[in-house]
Design a protein around this ligand. Structure first.
Ligand code: SAM
Length: 665
């Protein structure tokens, strides 16, 4: 119980107060009502994540932030009589009952209404009446109401609800005729026939099914005509007329249009899934152009440093050091694929005969290689300084019990009451950097490797420790590690060095303009690079409408080729699809197309597919709200895409793959 109380308080702080909700009575109610009692069995552990959850009958309990936003907008006072349409689990009605004198709530599914009623009895919330019926007609027997809140999206505000408002009463309702995306409206009755209306932004609700809502088949039941939302049409047609057309990804001219970003010191290239062939091929084409024409020499990717280091030695024609199979941990297809093998093959040919400083290198930015990095530091010291190796072995020995499953280390550190191995790994890192490496020496690949692996062990120790507490800290630490690694690379390669970064859109798009930054307090490498290299960074996102993708259903599951569902109405992706062009680039930088920037500045739904894809809960699992124009400097649209061409994960099967060393090891 105490754990839920703590999680509830965290939700109030992080998801509500930090995001600008400040009505003290609403926050107190959110801190009091136990959301875990309103979710389906087995879902309680997710009760305080800021997302909707399934409750049966194909319905959902709403996202806490949106419920609190609606409650705040409704300005419910202690003496008020309130109507809710769409009882669902009963959670929102329970909150209203803490704020108002009495609540009537209407639900069309009898089973949900009965379950909600039982919860109110158990919790002894005795000022709520649950009714079964069509709430789009309101509840005339109890009208007029001081506030009416509707938890399902209507094509237009039902006349019945407007007429059941007391003078001065507030109706808060999602309205929209574009499928599941609506605009949240607050309508205040100012007189017998007069109303004021205010928009509270874009939201996503299940449909209001009933006489004054939608028909069961998705057609409008209400007769009043609502014009199609102008904004979507304006944006799609502006994109159709003004986007920069791109040839096929395989065309030699594909990357020409990206010269406009070549002034940057760091160009960051995203992807909206980790398993789409065209995103790899497009980024490879852009990378080749930036290297060949514009002098970029560093390619830094969201991958493990030690694995990338094997590739780096290969493309630079350096003698390989002993190593196991590269990119062999889940998700193998992310880097172990034909598209990356083709890129590294090109890098090797490009580097042949060039001096080290003119060559292009391949590096990993990620934080997950605790074991391999420890091994790499020890192997380096064994070769160069056996006495130091003895000390390092002893220090890293602290982590030995957790090396196989480092995620358990956090729990052990918590139990012990202190960071068990922090001192040892930080001391080891400092010593290596202060006394043995550092300065110009770092350009030597062996030294750069050892220094970076030592830094990584220190970051990973902290990472696994904070990961145990959950929340934004571990994400932030990982992205800070990536941004720091990039800076080390730039520093080590001199003031003129320039880098291309490959990582997922969720790492590349400036987090300050997404739900992750605004609601969860997370930052990412895109934001950090923009802040650290002001005016010298180009953040480029990628998107697609439909096709296939390589992904798994769950962490550790086998890779599958899955169909990507067509993008949702009202999403950024659907706007791009509706523009009707197969491939294009949007230049979102200031001073290039201010109309486009304005049209794409408001937060809209955006799809994020990682290594996991769950089409059956796509809206909850993969869409979040974000501003396209503020997140990115450029956006690449590839309307239809296919799954990446994964290479076999095991060495023996790879024998049939020619010319792909080190992938075929
Ligand atoms: N407020 C709910 C909660 O806190 O769990 C969430 C409600 S859910 C997003 C929307 C609910 O509206 C669903 O349970 C759905 O069955 C109900 N609904 C849809 N149309 C309705 C109508 N015309 N009358 C009553 N309920 C309706």
């Amino acid at each position: 119980m105490a754990a839920y109380d703590a999680a509830r308080m965290r939700m109030v702080r992080h998801h509500l107060a930090a995001r600008g909700l400040h009505d003290a009575r609403v926050l107190a109610a959110m801190a009091q009502v136990p959301r875990e009692r309103f979710v389906a069995p087995g879902m309680a552990e997710f009760a305080y994540e800021d997302s909707p959850l399934p409750i049966g009958e194909g319905q959902t309990i709403s996202q806490p932030y949106i419920v609190a936003l609606m409650l705040e907008a409704a300005r419910i006072r202690p003496a008020d009589l309130v109507l809710e349409v769409g009882t669902g689990s009963g959670y929102a009605a329970a909150l209203m009952s803490r704020l108002a004198r009495h609540v009537h709530t209407v639900e069309r599914h009898a089973s949900l209404a009965e379950e909600a009623r039982a919860r109110f009895v158990q919790l002894e919330y005795d000022n709520i009446d649950v009714h079964i019926g069509d709430g789009s007609r309101g509840w005339p027997d109890a009208a007029p109401f001081d506030a009416i809140l509707v938890a399902a999206g209507a094509p237009a505000p039902p006349e019945a609800l407007r007429s059941q408002l007391a003078i001065g009463g507030r109706l808060v309702i999602p309205v929209g005729d574009e499928g599941h995306v609506q605009e949240l409206l607050k309508i205040r009755r100012t007189g017998e026939d007069t109303f004021e209306q205010e928009s509270l932004g874009a939201v996503t609700f299940v449909p209001l099914i009933g006489e004054q809502g939608w028909a069961e088949d998705g057609r409008r039941a209400a007769s009043r005509h609502v014009p199609a939302r102008a904004r979507g049409h304006d944006t799609a047609s502006h994109i159709a007329g003004h986007a920069i057309g791109l040839p096929d990804v395989g065309d030699d001219a594909f990357a020409d249009a990206f010269d406009r970003f070549a002034d940057a010191r760091v160009v960051l290239l995203g992807e909206c899934s980790h398993g789409t062939s065209e995103f790899y091929a497009a980024r490879a084409a852009i990378t080749r152009r930036l290297v060949e024409r514009h002098g970029f020499t560093l390619v830094a990717v969201e991958a493990d440093w030690p694995d990338a280091s094997v590739i780096n030695r290969h493309v630079r024609h350096l003698r390989p050091r002993p190593h196991g199979p590269v990119f062999a941990r889940f998700p193998t297809w992310m880097w172990r694929n034909r598209e990356i093998a083709a890129l590294t093959g090109w890098m090797r040919r490009y580097n042949e005969g060039r001096a080290y400083g003119e060559q292009v290198g391949f590096y990993g930015l990620d934080i997950y290689s605790l074991n391999a990095s420890i091994e790499a530091v020890l192997e380096y010291l064994d070769r160069t300084d056996p006495e130091a190796a003895v000390i390092a072995r002893e220090r890293y020995g602290c982590l030995t019990p957790w090396q196989r499953s480092p995620e358990v280390y956090g729990r052990a550190a918590l139990r012990a009451g202190h960071a068990l191995c922090e001192d040892a790994v930080v001391r080891q890192c400092r010593e290596l950097l202060d006394h043995r490496l550092g300065g110009d020496d770092e350009l030597q690949p062996d030294r750069l490797d050892a220094a970076q692996n030592a830094r990584l062990v220190a970051s990973a120790e902290r990472y696994y420790r904070v990961m145990y507490y959950g929340g934004a800290d571990s994400w932030n630490l990982r992205d800070e590690h990536m941004a720091d690694t990039l800076d080390q690379l730039l520093r080590a390669h001199g003031p003129d060095s320039r880098a291309v970064v490959w990582a997922h859109n969720s790492h590349i798009g400036d987090a300050r303009h997404t739900d992750m930054g605004q609601a969860r307090g997370e930052h990412n490498i895109g934001q950090l690079v923009r802040q650290r290299h002001s005016g010298q960074a180009a953040l480029i996102g990628f998107g697609t409408h439909t096709g296939t993708v390589a992904a798994a259903h769950d962490w550790g599951d086998a890779m599958e080729i899955m169909d990507v569902r067509p993008s949702r109405a009202g999403s950024i992706e659907r706007l791009c699809h509706d523009a009707g062009r197969p491939r294009f680039l949007l230049d979102l930088r200031e001073g290039h197309d201010e109309t486009l920037r304005r049209l794409l500045s408001d937060p809209l739904l955006q799809r994020f597919i990682g290594v996991i894809y769950r089409p059956e809960t796509e809206l909850q699992s993969h869409y979040a709200r974000a501003s396209l124009a503020r997140q990115y400097d450029g956006y690449v649209w590839l309307d239809e895409t296919r799954a990446v061409d994964a290479l076999p994960a095991r060495a023996r099967e790879a024998d049939e793959v020619p010319d792909t060393y080190p992938f075929g090891v």
